[in-house]
Design a binder for this molecule. Structure first.
Ligand SMILES: NS(=O)(=O)c1cc(F)ccc1F
Ligand SMILES: [Zn+2]
Length: 265
């Protein structure tokens, strides 16, 4: 079977062939975050602000893996996540993006059916579990909260100076399989909104194969602005089959018996 992707031949509707959980799973991601009505997100006053400790990364690789672009710091990175719905401390692993080929599509999560042009995922793994001591082990652990992914919507507006070092590098990883060592330091904290208080949170999965159901999702209400030029830079990245990656997002999955909590009214 051709490796998975987002085309007609190998896209989300075909993933169940190698990954049955795509169709049988009851906590798959992404989902449509509904804010009113029956199955809507429920305000939980116990939900605290998310706490991130992201010292500027000094050593990292930026790569195009054919289905996204990913920023991966060296193993020594000390970036951590806690607070919010979490009871443990999580270690930062990588961040990557999902985007579309126009501004009306591209995000994986949706809000009342609305898609944003892109979505940033900050991936972390529980560094306090006795059952695993690496990201890869965490993914294979069957622990329901082995991973925590922070999702931020991107919307088109002013140029994002904090993300410019990343979007300026996209042309250097145009070819699938290419990677560059990130020049200088990158301050991820500067990319995020000041306050990480307003978010949706629910139990879900990886949104690409192996679709493991091990993710505590935290999706922030407040989008991050990027310019049209910055969005266009994502759309020029190739998928390894001579075509640009122009829609590396999985459609929303059924909620089943899950509930979504909101940290805000
Ligand atoms: N899109 S995702 O954040 O669910 C994700 C993160 C990984 F580390 C691996 C696979 C994934 F699909
Ligand atoms: Zn992702």
């Amino acid at each position: 079977m051709a490796p998975w992707g987002y085309s007609k031949e190998n896209g989300p509707a075909t993933w169940h062939k190698d990954c049955p959980i795509a169709n049988t799973g009851v906590r798959q991601s992404p989902i449509d975050l509904i804010t009113t009505g029956q199955t809507c997100a429920k305000y939980d006053s116990n939900l605290k602000p998310v706490i991130v400790s992201y010292p500027a990364f000094s050593e990292a690789t930026f790569l195009n893996n054919g289905h996204s672009v990913q920023f991966q710091p060296s193993a020594g990175n000390l970036s951590e996540l806690s607070g919010g719905p979490l009871t443990k401390k999580y270690k930062f692993e990588q961040f990557h993006f999902h985007w579309g080929n126009n501004d009306s599509e591209g995000s994986e999560h949706r809000v009342n059916g609305k898609m944003y042009p892109a979505e940033l995922h900050l991936v972390h793994w529980n560094s306090e579990s006795p059952n695993f001591s690496s990201f890869q082990e965490a993914v294979g652990s069957n622990d329901p909260h082995a991973l925590c992914v922070l999702g931020f919507f991107l919307k088109v507006g002013a140029e994002n100076a904090s993300l410019k070092p990343i979007t300026d590098l996209l042309s250097k990883v145009k070819n699938a399989g290419s990677s560059v060592s990130f020049p200088g330091k990158f301050d991820l904290k500067a990319v995020l909104p000041e306050t990480l208080t307003d978010y949706y949170t629910y139990d879900g999965s990886l949104t690409t194969p192996p679709l493991a159901e091990c993710v505590k999702w935290i999706v922030f209400k407040e989008p991050i602005e990027v310019s049209t030029a910055q969005m266009e830079a994502f759309r020029a990245v190739d998928d390894g089959h001579g075509k640009p990656i122009t829609g590396n997002y999985r459609p929303p999955c059924p909620l089943h018996t899950r509930t979504v909590a909101a940290s805000f009214k």
